[in-house]
Ligand binder design. Structure first.
Ligand code: GLA
Length: 512
């Protein structure tokens, strides 16, 4: 489709994406075979239990269980729990339940991170390849993505600075791994054989050099494309001129093989072209997942798929079988926008599809705006707590090189991370709501352990109580305030806290 950029009104409004280009419907040209079941993989041996301090007991045993579609899960590597997580091994690869650091090269034990131990040798960790087939990310991906702070202007020097900052800021040590290059790295150019061509003035050595640099820091690399012919950078403002052809439709096998050959571990596939062409999302993403499987078979490198159709075609019904994560709503901020708590809350609400989520497969309420201009420390804490209680991916979107100490401490809070990364990967659910004074409960690994969020959406401070019966506990429970790191002792029947307007209190509640 050839449309000059002058005929396109490139705006976005509201929560949805509004395309004002009058388009010819092109239909779906994808003819790839359906997504193949992954083959068998073999998990590693038991990981070391963690003796972490964040609230769980130290065990971490349990044989791995078979993955959903084959593959033998690795033995559990979950310290800080009483029952062990078991090798979850979703969709193929033998995945230790939470083998964090041990995943990097399939080798050494990882580091402990608070309540849910992240240690363990052997079992494959995030994106570990236990066998051919779908990549495994047994806990929600953690990392950073370029879009929120840099828009379409992303280039190698920015990625290098941010990757360096992920290490020097301590985020890497806290468990953050992915450095994801979003829209803007490619302006839709191809050679005569259809291979993507790169502007080496911005990406010296091409995209492989960027992935290599990220890997040299012990991090993982992510890249971005669109399911349609034209990417978002054709339709909407990104900080660069409109880029026709910046999508992968018609080139799925070729493009995903290239991403894998360049060394990328993660790919986000957007939906601007797909939406404009009125493609069927399930069909398109199935073709993409199939191309990724084929690429992985050839390179041996798994590529985690991030579906980004903004919840338009109910991805929670079909994306768990195809992907690691799927967006459930529009963007928290569009290009040039500013942080807004009401959007954070509405994205959180749109992501509530608890039954779709399981280890390796996550609802994605969007990249974080924690630490971005206009957000206070309290708002940052509530934002991250909402994502943690959801078991959502933690993909920072702020400028890691310039963040202040408070933002850093929010991102690296080991107990919050442990709640997000709990190996059961459950999404917290709402258990009570009194005119916007809400209680959310997330069942954690271990015995009678719950993360609880007291959320006050009203405009004045209020006392909000969690009743232990509502979260499946008996009369007595130990309560800990996570952000203030205070043990509040043993409480009877319920626990109430005063929560400021538009704020929250995050608790660990352990039944007795
Ligand atoms: C869409 C996605 C965003 C971002 C932009 C890039 O809006 O939802 O996350 O990738 O495209 O243009």
């Amino acid at each position: 489709m050839k449309v000059s950029s002058q005929t396109v009104t490139r705006v976005r409004t509201g929560v949805g994406v509004v395309a004002l280009l009058s388009a010819t419907s092109l239909g779906c040209s994808s003819t790839e075979a359906s997504h193949a079941d992954p083959g068998a993989g073999t998990g590693g041996s038991a990981g070391s239990p963690s003796t972490s301090t964040g609230g769980g007991g130290p065990v971490g045993s349990g044989a791995g269980t078979a993955g959903l579609n084959g593959g033998t899960g690795g033995s559990s590597a979950t310290g800080g729990v009483e029952n062990g997580g078991g090798g979850q091994g979703p969709m193929g690869g033998g995945a230790g339940a939470l083998s964090g650091g041990g995943s990097e090269q399939g080798g050494a034990a990882g580091t402990a991170a608070g309540g849910a131990g992240r240690s363990g040798a052997g079992g494959m960790g995030q994106s570990g390849a236990g066998g051919m087939g779908e990549p495994t990310t047994p806990t929600p991906p953690m990392g950073w993505a370029s879009w929120n702070s840099f828009g379409g202007t992303v280039k190698y020097s920015i990625i290098k600075t941010q990757a360096d900052a992920m290490v020097s800021s301590g985020l890497k040590d806290a468990g953050y791994r992915y450095v994801n290059i979003d829209e803007g790295w490619w302006q839709g150019t191809r050679d005569s054989a259809g291979n993507i061509t790169i502007d080496e003035s911005e990406w010296p050595g091409g995209m492989k050099a960027a992935a290599d640099y990220i890997h040299s820091l012990g991090l993982k690399a992510g890249i971005y494309t669109d399911a349609g012919k034209n990417g978002c950078g054709y339709y909407y403002p990104t900080g660069r001129p409109a880029a026709p052809g910046s999508g992968s439709e018609g080139h799925y096998p070729q493009d995903f093989l290239a991403f894998s050959q360049w060394g990328f571990d993660f790919v986000k596939v957007d939906w601007c072209g797909g939406d404009n062409e009125k493609l069927d999302a399930q069909t398109a993403y199935k073709g993409i997942a199939s191309a990724i499987d084929a690429a992985t078979k050839q390179t041996g490198r798994p590529l985690a798929l991030s579906v980004c159709d903004w919840g338009n075609q109910n991805p929670w019904n079909w994306a768990p079988a195809l992907s690691t994560m799927w967006r459930t709503s529009g963007d928290i901020i569009y290009y040039g926008g500013t942080a807004d708590m009401s959007k954070v809350l509405s994205n959180f609400d749109s992501a509530q599809h608890a039954t779709a989520q399981s280890p390796g497969h996550y609802n994605d309420p969007d990249m974080l705006i924690v630490g971005m201009t206009g957000f206070s420390g309290a708002q940052n804490r509530t934002h991250l707590a909402l994502w943690a209680i959801s078991g959502a991916p933690f993909l920072a979107g702020n400028n890691l090189a310039t963040m202040n100490a408070d933002t850093k401490s929010v991102f690296t809070n080991a107990e919050v991370i442990a709640i997000d990364q709990d190996p059961l990967a459950k999404q917290g659910v709402k258990v009570s709501d009194d005119q916007g004074k809400q209680v959310y409960n997330k069942v954690l690994t271990g015995t009678l352990r719950r993360a609880v969020l007291l959320l006050n959406r009203s405009t004045s401070a209020a006392s909000i109580a969690v009743r232990f019966a509502d979260i499946g506990l008996g009369a007595t429970a130990a309560v800990r305030n996570i952000w203030t790191a205070q043990d509040l002792g043993s409480q009877s029947t319920s626990y109430a806290a005063t929560v400021p307007a538009q704020d929250s209190v995050l608790l660990l509640v352990t039944g007795m």
